[in-house]
Design a protein around this ligand. Sequence first.
Ligand code: GUN
Length: 286
Amino acid sequence: MTAQLIDGNALSKQLRAKVAADTAALKAKGLTPGLAVVLVGDNQASQVYVRNKVKACEDAGLHSVLEKYEATMSEADLLARVEALNHDDSIHGILVQLPLPAHIDAQKVIEAISPAKDVDGFHIASAGALMTGMPGFWPCTPYGCMKMLESIGYDLKGKHAVVIGRSNIVGKPMALMLLQKDATVTVAHSRTQNLKALTLQADVIVAAVGKRNVLTADMVKPGAVVLDVGMNRNDEGKLCGDVDFDGVKEVAGYITPVPGGVGPMTITMLLVNTLESAQRALSEKH
Ligand code: GUN
């Protein structure tokens, strides 16, 4: 193996310790950061995700509430819950776990969240803030990727970054964050022709497609930094990313593993955003 691992568990531990210390300092000033996690229905993966989010809050000393509702909950009732949380002073972050049941318009629910509490960064106001470089909340997964690059002291200025995937949650915001740090950014996707010709020129590759082996060793320039956002299962049922890790690690300069890479960073950045929201709420009071 030639690549150095970027350890998302170790980096998360460091960052969560800082969140815990800053949370304690905020509590000493009389304000406890609070996150509300709303889950509708009984999606198995979502149940695990929300449990992990609430546990991470508890471990770092944040207040959290988990609101669970039946899959039959009406859109109007969910919108009313979000509105109540918008006005709840003990709550600084609101997260409505996706996917929502089909009869609920997820975008409508996201737009009902106050942008001041949109710690997922999914509201169009958050997307607009990211696009224009204004203060707002950045989506947690690409934000975590930026922290990973920062952790290795990587200077993106003038570097070519190729993002594979164009989702609103990862690919598009990832491209904007890299651009903000002066990288030259290419966004590739399922209709891209000759992906390999692009990735071979890349200094940084972010794979965020949700498909195994999207990136293989022959597609990577020696020494490139490879961030793997994928969460898939291989034929043996083991968790794996979008990158052929065993092959690519022999060529890349840095690589994130799956599991233990980008995954833990997503929840870490949720804590960072929730703390930040509480800090903003306090500074607005003064
Ligand atoms: N479902 C899968 N990932 C996420 C996430 O980061 N936030 C929310 N709200 N739902 C998700």
